[in-house]
Design a protein around this ligand. Structure first.
Ligand code: ADP
Ligand code: MG
Length: 717
């Protein structure tokens, strides 16, 4: 047995198991070893069903039966049901939104269930418990005669997929460990680094993480793998940065003078945070290597002004050894509507300059100024625009993804600005950067509030500037938590706002669903149903629009346009939908199922209604009124600092819950590590030191291999 052997070489697998393993990304022995437990259960801690008390978390063993699926009679949501019996009694279990779980088991199977006892006395049930086929070695046949040998023993509980249970993993790994293959994996963390931080080597860590004798062993192993993951990302980022720093860029001189001249043309003065960010950028412009910088700032913090001031310095600079022409700027926005809005803003900012500004999107191209009517933009053909971009006549090109097509070639591209970069993958970013001869300075802008440790990790190759201050005089969003009884009142306030000519967003909940493929469909359904209900029962007099993840891009743009043009009063949308559109007249937001969101995400959503001088209102409508949920949501009533809220999220709950590993390419274990700033700092410093010494990693083959295989996951965007 070798680490890279396919599982099928050593295990007989059913097609169901094969596809389940594939979903979990496991096809080799090493990948099996790297599928880590989500948590551990202690044997001997189970309860007898007869004695269960509502409100407690319990582990029970018993036979499962009465399996069925149906829809709940009140809310019509799909539910899976079953009953678990032991010698002492029986209890009902219900899986809301996950009816298929009931099909995973069949009558008479011996199972273990972990969950919280819910419901009134006399009618208790377990809601959404974790249920798995039980290992007879974990327990005696009946709760009151448990086998003493297993009391206190730790059992690994794995992230499962339909078809492979924790029990399957434990048995499979037992065979792998018996074979000794785990000690034949090369350690990707260099020995000296392991020694400095007291990290177990890979062989020991694999045993400890899967079959720990005591919790401290499991913890040490988890720390090692968390470090390994962060270290691997940091090495990748450090190499990207090193590569960046070997390239040369167009020098942009006299930045401070250009900035001063530009800022004197706008009607307000920059905040001190904006001034700092502008200075950071201009300093980078004067260096011979391309800038690689991230500008983080809450919605409304004024990132556009920072971008415009720095772009102004570029379009006022000549290419080297030229008597005419200017350096060029590319500005990439995440949606067509935003590209159009930015095109307009830049026309306003730069209309006094003798330069051409152009817009390129999937649905057409425009140029400013028009030859015939000065002061206006005009439609031009794509072919013509491409020619002018290539000859350098267009100083500033604004657009969407269309900007990174192969056909787009610049003459002297000196500066790339990418708005909301996490929507563009690293690959796309590079594609944009590789046009023209010298490498362009690169500025990425984001309003996504993420904790600092996460920013340092996923944007580890970028320098960071933060806008931690809003321009003065901005109306604060009034945020209120609306309990079930107060719902009608909230709708009345919304009606008043709508009647006085404002517009509203209604955001439908994130749905927790173990199978990501199902999220879109379920969310679409909840948004559709809500739009229908609001139109029929609550707001029949207003025009309601609908946006969700399954709406086609063209249709989505059309709905956004209608909302911007006030042809729609209420926009019902799911959180997966980018509502990053500037509609100053939208001043009300209702967020259904608010407790299902992270604080940072809620904060970002409500940022959409901060753009007007009318006082904005945000209503949070939680589905449950549990103390923990309410406490979390109250933080939003009090704080309006997105980055602080993101830190609070990280502390309160597992980061994995909140940010989603697909989004950032970091596993749940890596996300745990983000709670530990010292670990992040150490991994980063070690990675930078190592890459400075050996950029090609030629002395670290195991690390190079880890970097390569993690890279495939990371660049999956
Ligand atoms: P974001 O960071 O979300 O992209 P914008 O750049 O769109 O924010 O700025 C939001 C609004 O604030 C715009 O209307 C902009 O003109 C205004 N603004 C930006 N900077 C300042 C400032 N220093 N003082 C006053 N208003 C400002
Ligand atoms: Mg913006």
């Amino acid at each position: 047995m070798l680490p890279h052997d396919p599982l099928t070489k050593h295990f007989r697998l059913t097609t169901v198991q094969l596809s389940a393993l594939k979903r979990l990304g496991i096809s080799s022995i090493e990948e099996l070893l790297r599928h880590f437990p989500a948590r551990y259960d202690q044997g001997g801690s189970e309860s007898a069903i007869a004695g269960l008390v509502a409100g407690t978390e319990v582990t029970i063993f018993g036979t499962i039966g009465n399996l069925e699926t149906r829809r709940s009679w009140k809310r019509k949501i799909p539910v899976g049901e079953a009953v678990i019996r032991d010698a002492s009694g029986s209890i009902k279990i219900m899986w809301f939104h996950q009816p298929y779980l009931a099909k995973k088991f069949h009558d008479g199977m011996y199972v273990k269930a972990i969950g919280t006892v819910t419901g009134k006395t006399g009618k208790p049930y377990l809601a959404n418990p974790h249920v798995e086929v039980a290992d007879p070695s974990e327990v005696g046949l009946f709760a009151d005669t448990k086998a003493p040998a297993t009391a206190g023993k730790l059992f690994a509980i794995y992230p499962e997929s339909r078809g492979v249970t924790s029990l399957w993993f434990r048995h499979a790994l037992e065979r792998v460990f018996a074979n000794g293959v785990h000690s034949r994996i090369d350690d990707s963390i260099p020995t000296d680094i392991r020694a400095r931080y007291n990290l177990p080597d890979i062989g020991a860590a694999l045993v400890w993480i899967h079959t720990p004798e005591k919790m401290p062993h499991a913890e040490a192993a988890r720390k090692r793998f968390a470090f390994e993951e962060i270290f691997t990302i940091q090495v990748t980022r450090a190499r990207e940065r090193a590569e960046n720093d070997t390239q040369s860029s167009f020098p942009i001189k006299d930045g401070a003078d250009h900035a001063e001249r530009f800022l004197s043309t706008i009607p307000f003065s920059p905040t001190s945070a904006q001034k700092r960010a502008i200075k950071d950028i201009l300093d980078n412009f004067s260096s011979p290597h391309p800038m690689a910088r991230l500008l983080e700032g809450d919605v409304g913090s004024g990132k556009t002004l920072v971008a415009a001031t720095s772009a102004h310095a570029v379009v006022n600079s000549r290419p080297p050894n030229r008597q005419s022409g200017t350096l060029q700027v590319a500005y990439m926005a995440p949606t067509e509507i935003l590209a159009q809005q930015h095109f307009q803003s830049f026309i306003e900012f730069f209309s006094h300059l003798p330069i051409n500004i152009a817009l390129m999107t999937g649905s057409g191209c425009k140029k400013f100024p028009s030859k015939v009517s000065k002061g206006k933009a005009t439609d031009i053909s794509r072919a013509q625009l491409l020619k002018w971009v290539a000859s350098g006549e267009i100083a500033m090109l604004v657009g969407t993804h269309a900007l990174i097509q192969k056909a787009v070639k610049f003459q002297h591209l000196a500066f790339c600005i990418v708005d909301e970069q996490h929507r563009f993958g690293t690959r796309q970013r590079r594609a944009l950067a590789h046009k023209g001869d010298a490498a362009p300075h690169f500025l990425s802008m984001t309003a996504t509030p993420i904790p600092r440790t996460l920013a340092l990790t996923i944007y580890g190759d970028l320098d960071i500037s933060v806008l931690d201050e809003l321009p003065p005089g901005r109306a604060k969003v009034k945020t209120v938590i609306v309990t079930k009884e107060k719902r009608a009142e909230a709708y009345e306030s919304v009606r008043r706002e709508l009647a006085s000519g404002r517009q509203a967003f209604v955001i439908c909940p994130r749905i927790e669903e173990p199978d990501p493929a199902k999220i879109h469909a379920l969310q679409a359904k909840s948004a559709k149903a809500e739009a229908k209900r609001l139109q029929k029962d609550i707001f029949p007099e207003f025009r309601i629009g609908l946006l969700h993840g399954s709406v086609k891009p063209a249709e989505k743009d059309e709905v956004m346009r209608q909302f911007a043009a006030h042809e729609i009063d209420i926009l019902v949308a799911t959180s997966v939908v980018e509502v990053g559109i500037n509609v100053p007249n939208a001043t009300v937001m209702l967020i259904e199922g608010a407790e299902r969101f992270g604080l940072a995400q809620l904060h970002q959503l409500r940022g959409r209604i901060m753009r007007s001088s009318h006082p904005p209102h945000c209503f949070l409508l939680p589905e449950t009124a549990g103390e923990v949920a309410m406490k979390r949501l109250r933080a939003l009533e009090k704080s309006d600092d997105g980055f602080k809220l993101a830190e609070a999220d990280l502390e309160n709950r597992g980061a994995g819950d909140l940010f989603g590993r697909q989004q950032w390419g970091v596993t749940d274990l890596g996300m745990e590590a983000l709670k530990n700033p010292r670990l992040i700092a150490a991994a980063r410093a070690e990675a930078q030191k190592l890459v400075a010494k050996d950029p090609s990693l030629s002395n670290y083959p195991a690390l190079a291999q880890r970097v390569a295989s993690a890279g495939q996951e990371l660049h999956g965007e």
